[in-house]
Ligand binder design. Structure first.
Ligand code: SF4
Ligand code: SF4
Length: 357
């Protein structure tokens, strides 16, 4: 029908430094959007799709992958879910009472929201919960400070067996500097399940004490003794890739810092990634990876990847459909958009570049 695809081989992509992960968002629960993004980026060659630990979302994406395998049998990305060991911006939702809004407010909250989660209509007003992914951009912009963040923490003892039963391949733990006790507790709960996984990842933002913190986590995890692959996700500027060029600098800087620590495991960029990221890595001599040198394993794209598909998502909604694969014109357009983001990472020759970690 459209475009040929390469077989998905996530582990090899990690080893050869061209791993691509699509982050749908730990708090993002709008199934039509997630499903369409997953289809477009999976066909375009994504190695992994990172989802909220919500059974309805996992089932919807698994069904979507099965449905496209009829035409694209090589497409088989790993599915990942994220957990947190405490309060974390990835695990929150915005909320406010629209009845408290002054009638003359020009609604800057509505304009700043990248996912149209804030709406004012006769049907509903306020934050559409499943569209909010917790980016926080609306929180400081309200002139009467009416918008609040509602945080949540998953209970791993309940959610982990559930997501494993649904066939999840990978789990990511979002942590923050200074939480080693909370992390260790979560790790103990996860440990008996690790042999069911292909990958475990730890995501941490930068800050004072980051080096010591990752070293402490390294002691708890012992990545080289794990029964699965392991990633340090460097969360440069969380959920900011769609803001612009500058967002990618912080993310690359943190990636370089973590790579220099020499900890066992793969190192993968996130938080601020966009279409400038590969170009900047290339300018810095960090991409493409060189044989015999420790290199970045790949890049995760979240808000930027989603924003690129917004026109397709809007058109699909106008057609009152959530089945992207049933609209050949939109499917083709969305795969082309996704390929534009993935191709710079995937298109170099990776022969002879297999690293062990
Ligand atoms: S701006 Fe961000 S935090 Fe606020 S409603 Fe939109 S997605 Fe949620
Ligand atoms: S900016 Fe604040 S007051 Fe204005 S519409 Fe949004 S939530 Fe209401």
């Amino acid at each position: 029908m459209i475009l040929t695809t390469r077989p998905t081989d996530p582990l090899r992509s990690l080893q050869t430094g061209n791993w691509f992960k699509l982050i749908c968002g730990a708090s993002s629960q709008h199934i039509p959007t997630i499903r369409s993004c997953a289809i477009a980026y999976a066909i375009a060659g994504a190695d992994c799709i990172d989802l909220a630990a919500d059974p309805a979302i996992i089932i919807a994406v698994k069904d979507a992958i099965v449905s496209i395998q009829t035409h694209y049998p090589n497409v088989n990305p790993w599915l990942m879910v994220s957990l947190n060991d405490g309060e974390d911006p990835h695990f929150r939702k915005a909320e406010f009472d629209p009845n408290h809004c002054p009638s003359d407010c020009d609604r800057p909250c509505e304009k700043v929201c990248p996912t149209n989660a804030i709406q004012f209509s006769s049907k509903s007003s306020g934050v559409i919960d499943e569209l909010c992914y917790g980016c926080g951009r609306c929180l400081p912009i309200c002139p009467i400070q009416s918008i609040q963040a509602r945080s949540y923490v998953y209970k791993p003892e309940i959610i982990v067996p559930t997501v494993l039963d649904l066939g999840i391949d990978a789990i990511e733990i979002h942590t923050q500097i200074g939480r080693s006790a909370d992390f260790a507790t979560l790790w103990q709960t996860l440990k008996p399940h690790l042999h069911h996984l292909k990958l475990i990842a730890v995501s941490c933002p930068d800050g004072p004490g980051m080096v010591e913190y990752l070293q402490a986590l390294n002691q708890i995890i012992s990545p080289s003794g794990l029964p699965c692959a392991f990633i340090w996700q460097t969360d440069g500027r969380p959920m900011s890739g769609d803001i612009g060029d500058g967002a990618t600098r912080a993310c690359i800087k943190l990636g370089q810092k973590v790579l220099a620590l020499g900890l066992p495991g793969f190192v993968q960029l996130a938080g601020g990634t966009n279409d400038h990221t590969v170009e900047k890595l290339t300018q810095l001599g960090l991409f493409p990876p060189q044989p015999q040198t420790r290199h970045l394993a790949g890049i995760a794209y979240g808000s930027y990847a989603r924003s690129q598909l917004q026109s397709v998502l809007t058109e699909l909604e106008q057609r009152s459909s959530n089945q992207l694969e049933q609209h050949p014109d939109l499917l083709e357009e969305s795969v082309k958009i996704a390929t534009n983001l993935i191709a710079p990472l995937k298109s170099y020759s990776s022969k002879n570049l297999l690293t062990s970690t």
